[in-house]
Every structure is written in C-alpha cells, then in structure tokens.
Design a protein around this ligand. Sequence first.
Ligand SMILES: *Cc1c(COP(=O)(O)O)cnc(C)c1O
Ligand SMILES: [Zn+2]
Length: 399
Amino acid sequence: MLVAADTTSLLTALECSRCHAPHAAGVAQTVSRCCAAPLLARYALDAAPPRSVLAGREASMWRYRELLPLHDDAHRVSLGEGLTPILTLDNLAARYGLRSLLLKDEGQNPTGSFKARGLSMAVSLARELGAAGCIIPTAGNAGVAMAAYCAKAGLPATVVMPRHTPVAFQEECRWYGADVQLVDGLINDCAARVRELNAAGQLLDVSTLKEPYRLEGKKTMGYELAEQGGWRLPDVILYPAGGGTGLIGIWKALREMQAIGWLPADAKLPRMVAVQAENCCPLVETLAGRQPNCQQYQGRPTIANGLAVPRPLGEALMLQVLAESKGTALAIGDEDMLTGMRELARLEGLFVAPEGAAVWMAARQLLATGWLRPDEELLLLNTGSGQKYLDNVLGRHTA
Ligand SMILES: *Cc1c(COP(=O)(O)O)cnc(C)c1O
Ligand SMILES: [Zn+2]
C-alpha cells in the first residue's frame, strides 16, 4: 500500500532484473519472486522535470528526489549524504603525463564511505514501509552506515561482520547502539548467519541487492557526476566493485538521464571499469572464462575489506554494465594498494581507503597496457576514507 505522497517521487514499480516481471512498490520486497534476481526501481521518467529544477536545491543526494523511491519526506533519514566533491589530481596527473585525472571523494560522506548513500535510502524506506528493525551482513562500511542511520531513525540494528574486520568498524557500530555479531569467514558466511538470526523475518534484511533501495541511493553518484561535470561525462569511470551496487547504480543513473533528456539520447557514455582485489576477484575470473559464474568462487581476505565479496548477487548486472559500456575488469594486489595509498597521500593529501587506492593502481595498469590513453579524462571513485582501515595498514606509510 502506498503512503500518502507528499514528495514528488515518480516511482511506479519494481521490476525483476532478469525477466522484467513487475513487483509492487510500497511494500517490503526482497529478490524477485520469479527468478530470485535483484529488483530494480522503475519511474515515470517521461514526467520528470527539466534539470533546471536542481538549481537551488539542497546539497545532498536528496536533490534528485523525483528519481528516488521515498514517497513521504517525513520518513527521510538523512545525515547529509552525497554531493561529495570531485577533486582534480594535478600532481599525480603531472607525474604520469595525464591530461585530466579526477577523483570523486566518497570518503567525505557521513560515516566515511559511500555506503551512506545506500543505507540512508534503505533505512528511510524501512521506516516508510514500517519495518521493525534492520539486519545486514557486511565487510565493514555498510554495517557502520546502517547502524548510524538506524540510530537516527530509532530502529534496532543487527550488524554481522567478519571477525577480522578492523576494530574501528566494529566499535563504531557499537557506539551507534547496534548489536554486533562476529563470524569466522567472509561476507557470504555473514549472510548465512543473517539468515539464521532472521529466520522469522522480523527484521528487514538490507543485504546488497536483496532489497531494491540501496541501489537507488548509490545511483545518485551517477546523477552527481553528470550535474557536477556541467552535464559532460568523463571518458572512463573506474570503480572498486564488491557487491557492485555503485557500478550498476551509476550506469542506471546515466540511462535514466538519457531517457529523461537530462543527457542527450546519443551522449557518449563512459567506459566503466570494475576494479577488484587479487584475493577476491570473482568478476575477473568469470570474464576470463575460468568459471561459468561466481557461485562457487572462494575468496580470501584482503586489506580492501569492501572488495571481499566472493559471490555477488549482482554479477550478471555487473557483466551487463561492462559489456554495454565497453568496459573491463581487473584485479589489484594488496601490496599495490599500499603503493597507491602512499602515492595519493603524499602527492594529493588524500588518505583513501585501500579500495580507492586499488582504483588508482588499476588506472596505472590500464595506462601501461594502452587500454587507457593519457589524453582521456579519467574519473576515479574513492569509495571510503582510510581512517578505519588502520589495523590493515599500520606502519605501512613507507615502503
Ligand atoms: C562496500 C565497498 C565497496 C564495494 O561496493 P559495492 O557497492 O559492494 O560494489 C568499495 N569500497 C568501499 C570502501 C566499500 O565500503
Ligand atoms: Zn524474473
């Protein structure tokens, strides 16, 4: 049942990402009933206002409210997420002979990562749909974000994370009042524990792509890239892919903007690059033909905790983005991530998460092979701040 709409959300329905079967919006949903695939939010795009409405709107991801799924503004749970800066990395560009190197710094979001966008949205919808609380399996950042937004919403939160997660993530969740459960293994083992803990379905499970709304928060990165770039897009976007919501979400946003007319229908869209960790790179393995899909993949821990996702539910959607955008995927080792962290810190004054450093090292590798040209405009997504990863990188500021 839809609540009284006093925002202007144009959400119409949810759709199975595999067979397009419609599913009702306005009630709590998980994966599609037909295919057990992620559900995608669909909007009445032909009713969207011109992009000039954005002028003067608030400086957060909620400025795109027509294209977001929340119906009643009173349910919004916000800590000021989104509209993060796009920085120019002049020093690195000069050193490597690049024309234009940009970095969108998602580490400046509430709770220090881009997970804030997805969890602000999911917890807002949890409130709108009347959930009694939220539960999540996480590699770290998503759990912290969920705990913070649940605290703001007054909802109970259960966070299940690997025992080896840096202590800063665990502690911060506890400060927000969440019930923190530690599990031996990776995020897929945490997901199994979530299923046990939530067997009665009393809490809303906000696992990546098991509910449709985190993706809608993450997609606002795509809207911002276009708007902040003056409606010009970079040639290539490099993104650290774990569960893949950022990659899928940015591409969804670009397609929506083409349909609305905020971008020309024939706009040249960026090539999308998915960057993974050598210790956990299911997408790279599938693309290389070494496995039919990720369902049996065994990952190992990496200092980039957010990339330790061995069996992403959104693999097919990620592969589709790479194919449509003529993109690619590659894996970076932990030692190289440390090299990247040092370079970004010393030359650009940025203490990025290892995931963000992986993206820069991927750019270097693709420049070396010629897949990227130095005269192209490159945009790196730094998805998190390095501060919570200290347990992983302590003392490694010199080689
Ligand atoms: C979760 C996370 C990722 C991966 O994001 P997905 O949306 O799961 O692909 C990358 N970087 C950081 C810092 C993260 O926390
Ligand atoms: Zn289906």
